[in-house]
Design a protein around this ligand. Structure first.
Ligand code: 3DD
Length: 425
């Protein structure tokens, strides 16, 4: 493939100056990644490695990209959602010579075209969020897949997809599940999704949350984060679930729990965070109150069935940015945010830099680990691999240090006690 370094396609290069300021703002709040950049720009462990990346182009991702480059990597990048690219950030990256193909509001055909452009770098490492890049390589460029030494995956649904591929024996190279790092899921998914989803809803509607019936579909790490932050804003949170333990947790946290068929009648605001398709469908829309607001914070846009809604509607118009008003044949109006795509990134800026700092420290360390294993001639199994406990605690300890916290240390006796089973009551 004819790769030309620094080739790019972005919305408008003139936005670069604004984008650079946003990136500098993010750098000031991502001390772990900046610490790693300082350390690894000396040794450049990624020199000679070519990374194709497919991850939301935000100010935080720009800090990750420029850290990978500082560590010696050649990088070519596309966004992992048609609506999540911040155009000024993309322009700033392009201006700095990064090969980037991303703009806000692309269609699905353009989305996959961008992914294909990044493959011209003939990557030997991939970095993914939702597994669309890995899936494209496996499906359309199997020869290229043979040359990839490994990849990393950012999100829950992407890891599930890759585990299914591995179970089928279809995975052609090892992938590290960044999502499953505790310093990722227990912070990014909970605090990040919680705050940024509310951010997206407020930017697209500016409604008062206090007193509203706020329906959260899915009480996993993301949904529980959203539920708790909505409750903190005074919303009356209702949780719908299919998993008894998750529903039980929601109930014991003090939230109302009921099926969507019942919640549809009383909800004012609905947000899906399940990773499953058809969570809100025709019969739910038919039950909803006039003025109900519906949105999604799951990775793919399949959780709200917009085809069903279109069948019920007699007209549709954009009433505010990222906010479409569907007028139903029965006269009721339903408002869909960000075209049913992830509202936190499409209608806001995604998670705050402070949590992405640790997620992306895991991405960076995992890419370095894959390169180091390759240099040592160590071949990982073509499967989904976990982040080590050691890496998790290392990243958490740097974060603590940058926040000025000190913690206790186990004494020799305590360490012995933990491993020794002879001491009883
Ligand atoms: N994701 C959320 N906010 C993001 C940001 N500011 N930059 C890049 C990606 C961002 C998506 C993550 O939550 C990802 O970890 C996921 O999808 O799980």
């Amino acid at each position: 493939m004819d790769y030309k370094p620094g080739v790019y396609k972005v919305r408008d290069l003139k936005l670069a100056e604004e984008g650079r300021k946003k990136i500098e703002w993010a750098e000031s709040r991502m001390p772990v990644l900046m610490e790693l950049r300082k350390e690894y720009s000396k040794t450049k462990p990624l020199k000679g490695y070519r990374i194709a990346g497919c991850l939301h182009v935000t100010k935080e991702t720009a800090v990750l990209i420029e850290t990978l480059v500082a560590a010696g990597a050649q990088v070519s990048w596309s966004g992992c959602n048609p609506l999540s690219t911040q155009d000024d950030v993309a322009a700033a990256l392009a201006k700095k010579g990064i090969s980037i193909f991303a703009w806000h509001g692309m269609n699905v055909k353009e989305f996959y075209w961008c992914i294909e452009q990044t493959l011209k770098i003939e990557p030997n490492l991939t970095l993914d969020d939702g597994a669309d890049l890995i899936f494209t390589i496996h499906n359309k460029y199997p020869k290229l897949a043979e040359k990839v030494i490994g990849g990393t995956e950012e999100t829950t649904t992407g890891v599930k997809r890759l585990r299914a591929m591995a179970a089928d024996g279809a995975l052609k190279y090892p992938v590290i599940a960044v999502n499953d790092a505790e310093t990722k899921w227990d912070f990014d998914n909970v605090y990040g999704t919680g705050q940024s989803s509310i951010d997206g809803i407020l930017r697209a509607t500016s409604v008062l949350l206090a007193g509203k019936n706020f329906v959260v579909a899915g009480y996993g790490h993301c949904g529980s984060g959203v539920a708790k932050r909505a409750a903190g804003m005074g919303a009356n949170v209702i949780v719908t679930e299919v998993k008894p333990t998750a529903a039980l947790k929601a109930a014991l946290e003090g939230f109302r729990v009921m099926p969507m068929d019942e919640a549809a009648k009383i909800g004012d605001i609905f947000i899906t965070a399940t990773g499953v398709k058809d969570v809100i469908v025709k019969r739910h829309f038919e039950k909803m109150k006039d003025g109900a607001i519906v949105c999604n914070t799951g990775h793919y846009d399949c959780e709200i069935n917009l085809n069903d809604l279109a069948q019920l509607a007699k007209s549709k118009r954009v009433i505010r940015e990222n906010n479409e008003e569907y007028t139903l044949k029965n006269g009721k109006r339903i408002y869909v945010l960000a075209q049913g795509r992830l509202v936190n990134l499409a209608a806001a800026e995604g998670h705050p830099s402070e949590v992405m700092d640790m997620s992306f420290a895991n991405q960076f360390m995992s890419q370095v680990r894959l390169a180091e294993l390759h240099r040592k001639g160590v071949k990982l199994e073509n499967a989904v691999h976990e982040i080590s406990e050691e890496q998790d605690q290392y990243i958490a300890s740097i974060k603590l240090k940058t926040l000025g916290y000190k913690i206790d240390k186990l004494t020799k006796e305590q360490l012995k006690y933990i491993s020794d089973y002879s001491e009883g009551t």
